[in-house]
Design a protein around this ligand. Sequence first.
Ligand SMILES: [Zn+2]
Length: 266
Amino acid sequence: MSNMKCDQCKREYNRYSPECPECKNPNPDYEKNIGQKTFLPIKYQIIFALLGSVFFTLLAGVIQLICYAKFGSEPSHSQEITILAISTFVTDGIIFLIFLLFIIKFRKDILRSFKVWKNYIGMAIVFGLLFGLSLLGQFLLQHFCGLHDGENERLLNDVIATYPALSIIFIGFLAPICEEMTYRVGLFSLLHRYKKWVAYVVTIVIFTLIHIHFTAEDLPNELLNIPLYLLGAIALTFAYDKFGLAGSICCHILNNTILVIMRIAS
Ligand SMILES: [Zn+2]
């Protein structure tokens, strides 16, 4: 626990709280302690962490079930594209709208790091490293380990080719915002209250795991992507820790938007 003592009532409380929970005396070191990060009340950190992970998975599952009920259990390739597009866009859209209500409610805390210009410089450096190392890693994995596009990538490429504008909006912008709210403002900040290294390890591991398609037909090929997912998880978590949401959201949006545009162009 990272506790501090209240100047007024001498009780111990968490140093990432804006005020003493006992006597409401403001925490004099609050801004210094949280850095560029966003620390919402614990209840909301838990809601954020669950919203984009557990609730997202359940919602996507329900929407897919409805789609399969409509198209049958053996959909054609073009129906598969429609099902993936509907489940991706509708799920991201609903989760984003829920987050938007919380963003408006906590706009002061959530938008704080966007007003600090240094965060954009830090973000640009992290993004440059992430994108460069990702391209290099992908090249090495393709040439020395035989990494190739699996069924998931091909299907996603077809969704992007069929719905380019919606893909830029949903995959490029809304999905990164939802993921940063869930894994950085939610999970990372929640665990950071107790131990910083635990927050790093758990967030990086979970963020890597959610990007692996464990149901892929060619699982060994899918698992070759782990170094790339891990690199993204480390870069975004570091960007959030040092440069706040401005750092991690901008880095994530740039990364996804460029990847979507590259796939549209190819
Ligand atoms: Zn107090």
